[in-house]
Design a protein around this ligand. Sequence first.
Ligand code: PEP
Ligand code: MG
Length: 869
Amino acid sequence: KKFVYSFNEGSKDMKELLGGKGAGLAEMTKIGLPVPFGFTVTTQACSRYYQDDQKLADDLAGEIFEKLAELEEVTGKGFGSKENPLLVSVRSGAKISMPGMMDTILNLGLNDDTAEGLARLTENPRFAYDSYRRFIQMFGEVVMEIEKAKFDAIFDTKKEKEGCRFDVELTAGHLKTIIDDYKALVKKETGSCFPQNPGDQLMEAIKAVFRSWNNKRAILYRQLNGIAEDMGTAVNVQAMVFGNMGETSGTGVAFTRNPANGQTALFGEFLVNAQGEDVVAGVRTPQPIGEMEKAFPEAYKEFLRISKLLENHYLDMQDIEFTIEKNRLFLLQTRNGKRTAAATVKIAVDMVKEGLIDKDTAVMRLEPAMIDQLLHPRFDDGDLGGAERIAKGLPASPGAATGRIYFTASDVVAAAENGIAAILVRLETSPEDLAGMAAAQGILTARGGMTSHAAVVARGMGKCCVSGCGELHIDEEGHRLNIGNTVLKEGDYLSLDGTAGEVLLGQLKTVPAELSGDFETIMGWADELRSLGVRANADNPRDAQQALDFGAEGIGLCRTEHMFFEEERIPAVRRMILADTEKERREALSFLLSYQKDDFKRLYQIMGERPVTIRLLDPPLHEFLPHTEDEIRQLSEQIYVPYEKLAKKVEELHEFNPMMGHRGCRLAVTYPEIAEMQAEAIIAAAIEVRREENLNLVPEIMIPLAGMKNELADVKATVERTAQSVMAREGEQIPYLIGTMIELPRAALTADEIAEEAEFFSFGTNDLTQLTFGFSRDDTGKMIKEYKEKGIFKEDPFQSIDEDGVGWLVETGTKKGRAVRPGIHLGICGEHGGDPKSIEFCDRIGLNYVSCSPFRVPAARLAAAQARI
Ligand code: PEP
Ligand code: MG
């Protein structure tokens, strides 16, 4: 087996083996672009390193040195040679890019001798010693695990002592003393000298990069992004080119289109006389890429040509790293660029217009999970108009965020745990801040450009971010922030507009987003592709309207119990529950009837002729009753029922296992008058709306939690009897359907019998999951988390359908139902109806529609389309 590939042996299709960076370098080499030569140690070598107790086996090391010899030959330089030293970069590169999470070492191969050699050869001692001090620091941090702050302290003290404001003002002499101090630090911290043998340096560096796969921030990043743990990283060893050789050199990063908003224009930044890390780390604020035309006219022209070429080659927006060494352009990386959801949409639609990709590809580019970002709220126009803008930074990642400010990642995490909306304010962010960035509403940094760590990571997370806001003066220790004359303390409110790059004082109201423009276009393409219908779970006019705005084709579940929780209704509900006689109960119900009728009318009016599925009352009755003695006393006074009587009733209604108790259709079997009231409201409302608006309505009445044909038949008879009498009273017929939810395993297993009574099924996979696993849906959160950590569950079965068990029941119910009633309409309305993976499953087994909460409707439409591609 081969563990090391030269750049001219690979291609873009070998990401699994070579990692994203390695595959990109190989592809660029293949198509003849100026890439410094090198080789990639594969992800399989990484796995092997872990299998071999974190050692590099002899044969593996042998292969590496063979490729190194080849690299010496190609470059005409010698590794460890004093006359013409070969220096290399050692960089990580997993299959899926994890920006900044793993380690990189530049300038490897330098030691006391080669540094001197380099100084002589380039006639540029300053450059040579600058490279050496960078190398010692990187190697010290990454391989020897010496704290960054300790190197920084030496460096900053020196700068201060020599009165230098910028790094570039340090002379070769200064840098030499820094090198001595760095070496002393290494000796002190590790007990041994800084390794002088380049071969040892290389082996140690490769091992360190392998190890960095398992550093804390990389693990966290994988968790946040659902990346598998077992892939490992490849390591790229590449001949160095130098951006820090003076004014004719530089380094930069550019995207072929704008990754924040998708606009078609080269977007990026560069630094003169610097090495790559300076740009990415956000330490110096770089210049916009356009200005490169003045600094390096030839290289800029070449870069424009190549960036277009790469985009056309990959048919996607590219994120390119480059270095200019003495006016010559070199490419160090290309990959499909990370971008916001808004940019994803615009780029995909533009590329279809440009004829680069087809509609299917465009639809596949937008991940359902990204849609959340597009539905992110923006600031209320009124609030925004009146707000005081106190600073302007870069619009690094769009969106609107408002919250209390904190100055460290851990403070943000703590605040978020206490339910506080927090804004992370940092000088610059580093990978250590990841957890805080994830927990924050928005991120504000003083330094760093559009491709700084903060910007890239925030865009990936879909978090609002304003970066490079130079007006901030952060006093981290004093927990204070000065902007102009404004002084803010930790915990004060601040708002960020990531789209405009603005910082606003105080707390601003946000308003929900709408579908429009390119987003609407791409969703239209998705609708053409999908065959699954998408409905929404909605039980009030606001949700119904939202669902409709987001493209829902009907209501798949209206939970009527939610309509009973309103303040003026609860007393009547309680009277109904507490009634001793049917007569009393009917009185209470008649009060609720007019409310219910109005509720339904409003839903019908909003949904027009689209289907509306209304479910009869489902929850255990005691949910509406008070529990503690105080609450019971209070209620007894409110509704004039003696305390003892009330307490006794509460006691009577108590159930040990309410989820498996007196709920669902069981309520309607024992108290038919409840079902009667609801059926009357449903039919009467439909007749009225038809009269008023001339709409052809077909209400769908859904009976919950049926497990047997006979109990369904019992409730159905009640509903039909009521419907007939309402229609007779109104002198008007209206079509309607009666169906059931399949949410008990027995219902799925006997779906053929149930289909004799039911005109439609809706799979209630929340209860079906609960009852198939025997996991209480309200109590298992913590346990499931542990199950996931132990790998027992890959995914929470309440979020993503358990295909083998619960899914099998759904599929069985589908087949049995259709066998008896071929045209039966089948949907799903559990949480799974909004989960992309479960939607793919629903499409596969041939359901007619999914139903989910309004905000998940666009993602569901997209997932349904992707299931077809
Ligand atoms: C279900 O059980 O999946 C369902 C949709 O009903 P509810 O969540 O209201 O129990
Ligand atoms: Mg249910």
